[in-house]
Structures are given as structure tokens and as C-alpha cells.
Ligand binder design. Structure first.
Ligand code: URA
Length: 207
């Protein structure tokens, strides 16, 4: 699996803001917005383009536009904080939604929503989920996408842990990973350490 770590100093500075427990919900969302912009920028590096004929105020010019913009799929709840910025970067993209809660006792994914096009063959997909911990939610989402024919999937994440990355690597699914950093480990409750806590709670407040 191809893994791109986005370790630009600006990305790491925003991540530090997100990790800091003194950062309030609004500042956390702001830092996630900024970081998402950088992750999407990197995820689209080298993306195929089509020629696009325009006229500048001075001359005819052949520019480009994205060939097949990716379908953006935030994984609710935490991925919601990435979708506005991703959509701002790729305004022509369509958006699907997957909702997965986490059973706190077992850390198993509990799905409650899948709003996706029926046919994803020939449609690149960006899955937006800040945390790649055990990989359970991401794998569930990847399987939903693969069942609809997706063959070109990018997981766009903020922080990962080795078990989550290994789960994607061993899945055999057509996925690459764009992520800021891979942290040291999971704790006994499957939170990423050092991590940033619960990414949903940090954005929206505790449930
Ligand atoms: N989900 C989170 O929000 N945080 C973690 O550390 C792990 C999973």
C-alpha cells in the first residue's frame, strides 16, 4: 500500500494545536480545516487532468481541470470536520456519507448510515476520517465502497496507529493512505497515543 505522510511544518504545527488538550472545540475545528486543506492538496498531487480551453483577458490558453474528481466520503461523526474544506478544494466533487459509531466497550464499528452512489466503478473515492486507530471503521467503509465497484480509494486521515495501518495493508483492498503522521500505539481503550483524544468530541463536544 502506498503511504504518503504529509509532514510539512505547517501541517505538523496544526496537528500540534489539535493534540493540545487546552485547544477548545472551535480552534480544534479550525486547525482540522487547515490540515485537511494540506492533506487534500497532497492527495491530489499528480492527479490526471484534462485540457481545458479558456481565454485570458489577453490570449487564448489551454489550461487544465481535474479528470474525474474524487467522490468525497466523510465517515461520520469525526469526518464531518474534513468535508467542507475538502469540498472547497474540489468544488466539482460529489459527496457521499458513511455513518459509523464506535462501541466503546468493544471498539467495534456500529454502522448506521451509508449514502453512496450504487456504482463506483471508474469513480475515484477519498474517504475522510481523521483517526485511523484499529482500522475497523475504515475497513468497513472500504468494503462498502469495494462492494459498489470502487477500485481507486484514498484514505485521508490525520493521525494513525500501527494496527490501523496494518489492517489496511493486509486488507488486499485497492487503497492508498494520505496521513499526517502515524503515532506510537493504541491504549487499552483503543485510543491513539499520544493522539489527540476523541476527534468527534474535540470538534463537537462530548456525547
Ligand atoms: N477515534 C478517535 O477519535 N480517537 C482515537 O484516538 C481513536 C479513535
Amino acid at each position: 500500500m502506498q503511504i504518503t505522510t504529509v509532514d510539512h511544518p505547517l501541517a505538523l504545527a496544526r496537528l500540534t494545536t489539535m493534540r493540545d488538550k487546552r485547544t477548545d472545540n472551535a480552534a480544534f475545528r479550525g486547525a482540522l480545516d487547515d490540515l485537511t486543506q494540506m492533506l487534500i492538496y497532497e492527495a491530489l498531487r499528480g492527479w490526471p487532468t484534462d485540457d481545458h480551453a479558456i481565454e485570458t483577458p489577453l490570449a487564448a490558453h489551454t489550461g487544465v481541470r481535474l479528470h474525474r474528481p474524487p467522490l468525497l466520503v466523510p465517515v461520520l461523526r469525526a469526518g464531518l470536520g474534513m468535508v467542507d474544506q475538502a469540498h472547497a478544494m474540489v468544488p466539482e466533487a460529489q459527496v457521499g456519507f458513511v455513518g459509523i459509531a464506535r462501541d466503546e466497550a468493544t471498539a467495534q464499528p456500529v454502522p448506521y448510515l451509508a449514502s453512496l452512489p450504487a456504482d463506483l466503478s471508474d469513480q475515484p473515492v477519498f474517504v475522510l476520517d481523521p483517526m485511523l486507530a484499529t482500522g475497523g471503521s475504515m475497513l468497513y467503509t472500504l468494503n462498502l465502497l469495494a462492494d459498489r465497484g470502487a477500485t481507486d480509494i484514498t484514505a485521508v486521515c490525520v493521525v494513525g496507529a500501527p494496527p490501523g495501518v496494518a489492517a489496511l495493508e493486509n486488507s488486499g483492498l485497492p487503497v492508498r493512505l494520505v496521513i499526517t503522521t502515524i503515532d506510537e500505539r493504541l491504549d487499552d481503550a483503543n485510543y491513539i497515543v499520544p493522539g489527540l483524544g476523541d476527534a468527534g468530541d474535540r470538534q463537537f463536544g462530548p456525547r
